[in-house]
Design a binder for this molecule. Structure first.
Ligand SMILES: [Zn+2]
Length: 704
């Protein structure tokens, strides 16, 4: 990462922190911010952005708020609550719904994703918000100081410091309003600050002679549905969970890889989840030129262009997944004017259209010679049935001659088992420029990527699943931090695990910066003790069907997602201003809304099952991400679960009747091909959406 990028990102991220301080009763001048928060080795660099003549962070914060620097909006210095973003949404075409009651977020740290923490509440009238702000500020400052003291290496700690600071802002400021009041009372300080950082990086790197200030980049991993669900029912529950989490980790690794290759920090990520990512990148001189990268070459000193990154990733995915999964990327150049309120919704729509266009020609990014090579030649052994995996149908050498399951599928089944008892997920993130990463890529052939971990390694991520409830020798004794590791990210699935502190001590020993990921990790898995070998494992479909109450013993699958999401981005933020209709959507709204949905689907939804005695141990969340979820369970538990989720979602979106969920439920027996169940399920889901929305349709594939 270039110094300019690091310094401008840090300056953007902290630019409004004086307002948080002010609400807590402290006065900090903007010119003193770097002194307070930045480690000495980067302080002077960051300080240049806080000098009065430097307008970059101010302009960035205005653009994130959809305003121009000529019209700086007024700051909110009062200790107020953040309004629920869902209350601002209306699909009527105009803001016709005047809520009788204002819903706000409880001013709490994001230490968990329980209902008490993340659900909006009616605005309290008698709460001492000044005191709450005071406490939040005291704890935030303390944590930043301790972080600052730990980050001493000038180069190696750059990204970890920035990421950890971003995580602290998420923890402490996710539920307070951003700095400006003009139509921004529903945007969190956290989301506004990270978008200010992203825009500051774009402005600091902008070539003088271009009108555009940034590029909105979108990525979509295509083929996920088929990859996850086109498997035989053999050991499907265990394998399915492994598959869906693998796809999530792959999305994260690819997103991180794109950021690495563009030389950008995590603050330039708008959203990542459900196989999708959005990034805000600076315009560089070569942004729109098309030169193709030579693989395995010397360290690339220049930032590659998007046209170079896309075929690189496509090639890597071809090596791992033989064309089953591929990345579609789209982008659009954005001028300052196009960030403004009233225009940004069109900009966002342009990005969606670019992605949609490129989806229709998935391998378009490959240069002609590579395309001819991949399309024109056999990827495997040339259709030899001996080498076809019984589970995924792909050509591969079998791991075990009795079952004819390929190594990759076998590893995903084990991954599913390990995840069921996982307390931590550890990711060692390698420096992209490291030559080793290139070597890994050069030497692999399609057939040799026979383990999910190897797939992620192709994008510079070494991931381990750890069960810190058992002694280290039985769990992570085999884990080795690669010497190419730049930082280690830990997802704390169960922070109360018995040996969690030993795990952290071991990681700290590796002298690489360790960051705790603030991302919620969906985990609802019924565990049973195997009758034969007495070990614990996730429940099977068959066992789920036997847990059905009544005579009908079936398992079922539920898929649900939010209705009208693309319409919400298009016109959900329109408001009436006199005779005019203004679309209020800003970059910060997009960041805020996607984060809010992620909190519900990934953080809260998996907690619903265990709360109910009737549902307990009868539901298995296979997938939860973005704005949708897939749950397998005893058939009779699913409608009840769907109903509860719908009721909870209603409450989460502050009873806005225009924001709804719908989905489908299908029943089956173990013998029915899994992908056909999923295909039928998709039909049910589509029917629910086309007829009524806000509904669930239930189907059955077997004779009952
Ligand atoms: Zn397979």
């Amino acid at each position: 990462m270039e110094d300019t990028t690091l310094y401008s990102a840090l300056a953007g991220l902290l630019y409004n922190i004086d307002i948080f301080a002010k609400r807590a009763g402290h006065n900090i001048k903007k010119t003193d911010i770097s002194e307070h928060f930045i480690p000495y080795q980067w302080r002077n660099g960051v300080q240049t952005y806080f000098k009065e003549l430097n307008e970059i962070p101010l302009e960035a914060t205005c653009l994130a708020a959809g305003q121009s620097i000529d019209n700086v909006p007024q700051s909110i210095h009062e200790a107020v609550f953040l309004q629920s973003i869902f209350q601002s949404i209306s699909l009527d075409g105009r803001f016709s719904r005047q809520p009788s009651r204002k819903y706000v977020l409880p001013l709490k740290t994001l230490s968990d994703t329980s209902r008490n923490t993340i659900f909006p509440i009616p605005e309290p009238t008698s709460l001492e918000t000044n005191l709450i702000y005071h406490k939040l500020w005291a704890n935030f400052s303390k944590e930043v100081q301790s972080l600052r003291n730990k980050m001493i290496a000038p180069i190696r700690h750059q990204k970890p410091f920035l990421c950890s600071l971003l995580n602290l802002l998420q923890k402490y400021t996710w539920a307070m309003p951003c700095s400006y009041n003009e139509g921004m009372a529903d945007i969190s300080f956290y989301d506004h600050s990270r978008m200010t950082a992203a825009l500051a990086v774009c402005l600091a790197n902008k070539p003088k002679d271009t009108n555009e200030v940034a590029i909105l980049v979108g990525g979509n991993i295509s083929g996920i549905q088929e990859f996850v669900y086109t498997i035989t029912s053999y050991e499907a529950t265990r394998n399915l969970r492994g598959r869906s989490v693998y796809v999530q980790l792959l999305t994260e690794s690819i997103t991180r890889y794109v950021l690495h290759r563009l030389g950008l920090p995590m603050t330039n990520l708008i959203y990542m989840g459900g196989g999708i990512f959005y990034i805000l990148a600076p315009v560089t001189k070569s942004s729109t030129t098309s030169q193709h990268l030579t693989f395995g070459g010397e360290r690339q000193m220049q930032t590659p262009t998007l046209d170079e990154i896309s075929p690189d990733i496509t090639q890597r995915l071809l090596k791992i997944h033989d064309g089953e999964l591929h990345l579609v990327m789209g982008h659009t150049l954005v001028s300052k004017d196009e960030f403004q309120v009233g225009k940004f919704h069109e900009t966002w729509h342009r990005l969606s259209e670019s992605l949609h266009r490129n989806k229709l020609q998935p391998l378009i990014s490959l240069p002609d010679d590579m395309l001819t090579y991949h399309v024109g030649s056999s990827m495997g052994t040339g259709g030899n049935g001996e080498y076809v995996c019984d589970m995924c149908g792909m050509e591969a050498e079998h791991d075990n001659h009795d079952t004819r399951i390929c190594g990759f599928c076998h590893s995903l089944t084990e991954f599913g088992d390990d995840l069921a008892q996982a307390t931590h997920l550890i990711t060692c993130i390698s420096d992209e420029h490291n030559v080793e990463t290139r070597k890994i890529f050069e030497n692999v052939s399609c057939l040799s990527v026979n383990h999910w971990q190897k797939g992620l390694e192709m994008f510079g991520a070494n991931v381990w699943v750890v069960n810190a409830d058992v002694p280290p020798t039985q769990s992570y004794g085999y884990m080795q931090v690669p010497y190419t590791t730049e930082s280690i990210e830990v997802v704390d699935i169960n922070p109360k695990a018995k040996f969690a502190s030993d795990l952290y001590a071991e990681l700290d020993d590796s002298s690489t910066a360790v960051m705790t990921s603030p991302r919620p990790f969906a985990q609802l898995v019924p565990i049973v003790t195997d009758r034969i070998n007495k070990t614990k494992r996730p429940i099977t479909f068959d066992e789920l069907s036997h847990k059905a109450i009544g005579n009908l013993k079936r398992w079922g699958i539920l898929r649900l997602d939010m209705d009208n999401l693309s319409e919400i981005y298009k016109w959900g933020f329109e408001t009436q201003n006199g005779d005019d209709t203004i679309n209020r959507l800003t970059l910060s709204h997009v960041a805020n809304l996607s984060f809010a949905l992620q909190l519900f689907f990934e953080g809260y939804l998996p907690q619903i099952g265990p709360d109910s005695s009737r549902l307990k141990n009868r539901l298995y969340v296979q997938y939860a991400g973005g704005d949708d979820s897939v749950v397998v369970g005893s058939w009779d538990a699913l409608p009840e679960f769907a109903f509860i989720v719908q009721e909870e979602f209603k409450r989460y979106v502050s009873y806005n009747p225009q924001i709804t969920l719908s989905g489908g439920i299908n029943l089956a027996t173990i013998n029915y091909p899994f992908h056909e169940i999923i295909a039928e399920l998709a039909l049910a889901e589509r029917a629910a959406k086309s007829f009524t929305r806000h509904a669930f349709i239930m189907g059955c594939l077997t004779d009952i």
